[in-house]
Design a protein around this ligand. Structure first.
Ligand code: HEM
Length: 406
């Protein structure tokens, strides 16, 4: 679709009206009151991020798709794996110029904080796997815009491959050398930015897309929503569980995700500068959008089946435990929406045992007093970690050139 058609689509969906601040459809009225003074930029135009996408990457990827260049670009980009590596020769000139800009860290990136975050990740890795995998990952299925985008895009037909690619980004961004010259996080985030821009061009062409509202997907607002299912949810859970996190660790972890956000193409004026600003933004953008969709229910079931297959093939007990952990992390309302089955045996065990298990891990109570579920949780998370890390390695994040077939 050319740029004019995209604008027409916006007009149809009310997006242009919203962008112009005109008052007609209820959905076009701005709900955006989060102040840019709370962002890493410290100031901004205050545009409602529901009507902002990625103005640099989107027209570029639309053009690359329309020119039929995606297979050639993917082949070339497979060889680009390290932050300090020059871009492969032979890339289209407009793409190369964009990627040279996009691979630069923001001026406000703080090397000391990025170096320090490794200690936090090593110390809290167990909780991170649990909350990213069964918290954020499952919550994304209760975010209608994301569930529909994931389901109807190319990767929706092969969730195993999609998880492997998403995990690749997660592993690269959490590696000790993530943003060092020999790390991979810049590569993975710039590639992901390209993927998202391609999806913005492709999905509106899907025959299923008009039924889902028709708007151009992956707005800046959508990106922020997902961002809050990741670091914000992690920090909220660690706080709820009274896990010891020093001020320096907390600041470093936030900083990692601020840099991730920038590198994924989120505008600095929307990236929270503090945890307080993040919680306030999360309450505004994430909490009100959670809702069930047929796509989300289907994805939730697929994801839990896959995790269950990876951690205890053929054992019904693993799926039941994963159901309970998901329910514990997301709460009853969201879990019921995405149709996580209730587990009469495991639900109370997890509900009572998980907080105690955290107390044991944190050294507040000794092993003899550990709840019976402790060993099971340790073992499950060890297997989840092996599954995710094992899946991550040989995969390259690639630009899609079609939607989900059929
Ligand atoms: C692709 C991460 C936000 C929809 C990807 C990929 C990664 C990623 C690593 C590449 C893996 C792949 O190609 O399968 C993230 C992160 C986000 C974010 C870290 C926010 C912090 C979103 C949002 C949406 C979305 C908000 C939708 C509303 C998609 C879709 C794909 C994708 C549809 C392509 C799947 C395909 O290959 O067809 N994302 N994403 N993402 N993402 Fe995101």
């Amino acid at each position: 679709m050319d740029e004019l058609s995209r604008r027409k689509m916006l007009m149809i969906t009310g997006g242009a009206l919203g962008a112009l601040g005109m008052t007609t459809p209820a959905q076009a009225q701005s709900h955006w009151t989060w102040p840019a003074s709370g962002s890493v930029a410290g100031a901004g135009a205050g545009a409602d991020p529901r009507w902002v996408w990625d103005e640099e990457a989107d027209p570029l990827l639309a053009s690359i798709l329309d020119r039929g260049d995606v297979p050639r670009v993917n082949t070339l980009l497979r060889t680009w794996t390290r932050n300090d590596q020059p871009l492969p020769a032979g890339l289209p000139e407009d793409l190369r110029a964009f990627m040279e800009r996009a691979r630069q860290l923001p001026a406000w990136a703080d090397r000391a904080k990025l170096d320090r975050v490794g200690d936090f990740i090593k110390a809290k890795g167990t909780y991170l796997i649990l909350v990213y995998g069964l918290g954020g990952g499952m919550m994304s299925t209760a975010i209608p815009a994301e569930a529909r985008a994931v389901y109807h895009s190319k990767g929706g037909a092969d969730m195993k491959d999609r998880i492997a690619k998403t995990t690749k980004f997660g592993v690269d961004a959490h590696a000790l050398n993530a943003y060092q010259p020999d790390g991979d996080a810049i590569v993975s985030s710039v590639k992901t930015r390209l993927v998202h821009a391609a999806v913005r061009h492709l999905l509106p062409q899907s025959p299923h897309w008009p039924h889902t509202g028709g708007q151009i997907p992956i707005s800046q607002n959508d990106m922020l929503v997902t961002w809050h299912t990741l670091p914000t949810l992690v920090m909220r859970k660690l706080t709820d569980w009274r896990v010891r996190v020093s001020a320096a660790e907390s600041a470093a972890y936030l900083h990692l995700w601020q840099v991730n956000a920038h590198m994924l193409g989120i505008r600095d004026e929307y990236v929270p500068a503090t945890w307080e600003a993040a919680y306030a933004q999360s309450a505004q953008v994430l909490d009100p959008v959670l809702a069930p969709t047929p796509e989300g229910i289907s994805l939730a079931d697929t994801l839990l089946d896959m995790a269950s297959e990876a951690t205890g093939p053929g054992q019904p007990v693993t799926r039941a435990l994963l159901n309970s952990l998901t329910r514990y992390l997301l709460g009853d309302r969201v879990s019921d929406w995405i149709e996580i089955p209730r587990e009469p045996v495991w639900d109370p065990l997890v509900h009572n045992g998980l907080p105690l298990w955290v107390r044991v891990r944190e050294g507040f109570i000794t092993w003899p007093l550990a709840p019976p579920i402790s060993w099971t949780l340790d073992e499950l998370i060890r297997k989840l970690m092996l599954f995710y890390l094992g899946e991550a390695k040989p995969i390259s994040i690639e630009i899609p050139d079609t939607n989900r077939p059929g």
